[in-house]
Design a protein around this ligand. Structure first.
Ligand SMILES: [Zn+2]
Length: 495
């Protein structure tokens, strides 16, 4: 009897050392993705891949943008290659994609050859799953970007057909502990996720997401997709298949469930918890959401209104005797009170801070801030220091539906707030879709943000004196030039 010793002619990934490598490795390409610059027009930086060898060692291989043309047409997920003539370097210590401390860099002299007939020997999958407890730890450690497997329970999407603007998909998933966790995907990944769900005959029940970034806010876990995130549904992975079988055996029979993705809504309704997750997910502040909650408190540290420049709408600085508009460089600016009310909103599970500016408040109450100031101001009291109008305090305890956008993070307050773009009284009829589609028509309620345009070229100093805040008697007279000016300038609403 003769024994034949057949030596494995390739080098294992675990045997690689830092520096140039002239040995050959045999590996399967698990998945690959483009890494783009966050800014500068999203220019392509490199292509990252995950490869696995016979031992099941997973490693990152990276091709820079300038070398990509040499290899791109030969890259197929699932294909087995022999690779030689590359550089081995150390991985960054944070946000690691694999357990391996090393990675492979392709260069001009790298040879990449497709191997056929050996497919069966190498693992076809490679994941690094982490459970909920581990994800909580990773959220603070930021050492790796783990993979997760979870039950998919709901999906909310801002993706339109055809897609436009910034996009966001929130998948509510249940992991091993059974807590609901929100997984956020953005832009092209959000669109891809939405389209796949839309095209599937039956909604998937299990989702595998690779290389997600865990974050915790107030003890809650949130997951965000990264450029390395791939989504696999149900039977596309063996772990997904096993989880699906368990789920199906747990609830046998035909249980009709609501479709995961609803028809595209112009404004997506969300919960407070989901809204708060946007802070972790760094959601674009261009996306508008709808949230129903009760006003549990008025946060009146900053009062209920501020004095705005009648010309540009920005907040005026008060010196001893005059108002100064830094923007207009006007040291004798005319001021007009505008609403700015902070509301603490709760929906039973979570709470958050909603900031209502002039247009939304005026529209809700049918009263301009200077008129409201008139109700509550005593002689010689500045409107912003005056008593809060009763209809503002009366909002407490009431439930409204808010259209909100993520506001710029308030570093001085150390917290996130949301800008209200519209308030719907619950007894008010919800707007019809046709009406909603017509949003941003330039009316006071629909024009938040950057519009500081002056619609009439008026002489703003005409009424201004030394202390040039428009006084109450003047503002109450609709024929007063100051009132006309104020009305004309109630378009821009930013401070
Ligand atoms: Zn100004």
């Amino acid at each position: 009897m003769r024994f034949e010793l057949i030596q494995y002619k390739y080098v294992y990934l675990s045997d690689l050392k830092s520096g140039p490598c002239f040995s050959t490795v045999e590996c399967r390409l698990l998945r690959f993705w483009e890494v783009k610059k966050m800014k500068q027009g999203g220019e392509l930086r490199r292509l990252d891949m995950l490869i696995v060898d016979l031992n099941g060692t997973i490693m990152v291989a990276s091709i820079s943008a300038k070398h990509l043309i040499l290899f791109r047409s030969r890259l197929f997920a699932g294909t087995v290659y022999s690779v030689s003539g590359f550089f081995v370097s150390d991985c960054a210590p944070t946000l690691r994609l694999t357990d391996s401390p090393l990675m492979i860099m392709f260069n001009d002299s790298t040879s990449l050859d497709v191997l056929s007939g050996t497919d069966s020997e190498l693992p076809v999958e490679g994941f690094r799953f982490r459970n909920e407890a581990e994800l909580h730890e990773l959220a603070s450690a930021s050492t790796e970007l783990p993979d997760i497997v979870a039950e998919l329970s709901a999906v909310k999407s801002t993706v339109n057909d055809p897609p436009k603007g910034k996009n966001h998909v929130m998948a509510t998933i249940k992991m091993d502990k059974g807590d609901s966790v929100i997984l956020s995907l953005f832009d092209c990944q959000a669109i891809a996720f939405h389209r796949r769900l839309d095209s599937m005959r039956v909604d998937p029940k299990v989702v595998v997401a690779t290389n997600v970034k865990p974050k915790t806010i107030g003890g809650r876990l949130y997951l965000c997709a990264t450029s390395g995130t791939h989504i696999y549904f149900d039977k596309e992975t063996s772990i997904g298949q096993a989880s699906l079988s368990r789920l199906v055996s747990r609830c046998p029979g035909l249980t009709p469930v609501a479709p995961l993705i609803r028809k595209v809504a112009k404004v997506e309704p969300v919960t407070m918890a989901e809204l708060n997750s946007f802070v972790a997910a760094a959601v674009s502040n261009d996306i508008e959401y709808m949230c129903t909650g009760m006003v549990i408190r008025l946060d009146l540290e900053k009062g209920w209104c501020y004095i705005a420049c009648v010309k540009c709408g920005r907040k005026l600085k008060r010196t001893e005797s005059v108002f100064v508009c830094m923007h207009c460089e006007n040291y004798h600016a005319v001021g007009v009170p505008r609403y700015r009310v902070e509301l603490a909103i709760a929906d039973g599970n979570d709470e958050g801070t909603f900031v209502c500016y002039d247009g939304t408040m005026a529209k809700l109450h049918g009263l301009e801030a200077y008129e409201a100031g008139l109700i509550s101001a005593k002689d010689g009291v500045n409107p912003e220091d005056s008593q809060i109008p009763p209809f503002v305090t009366g909002m407490q305890g009431k439930t409204y539906t808010f259209h909100v956008k993520l506001a710029t993070y308030d570093y001085t307050a150390g917290r996130q707030s949301f800008t209200v773009t519209r308030i719907i009284n619950l007894n008010e009829r919800l707007p019809l879709p046709e009406f909603v589609d017509n949003g941003g028509d330039g009316s006071i309620g629909g024009s938040m943000g950057d519009n500081h345009q002056i619609h009439a070229d008026v002489d703003y100093d005409m009424v201004g004196g030394e202390a040039s805040l428009i006084d109450s008697t003047e503002m109450s007279d609709p024929t007063s030039p100051a009132v006309k000016k104020a009305r004309k300038n109630l378009v821009g609403e930013d401070i």
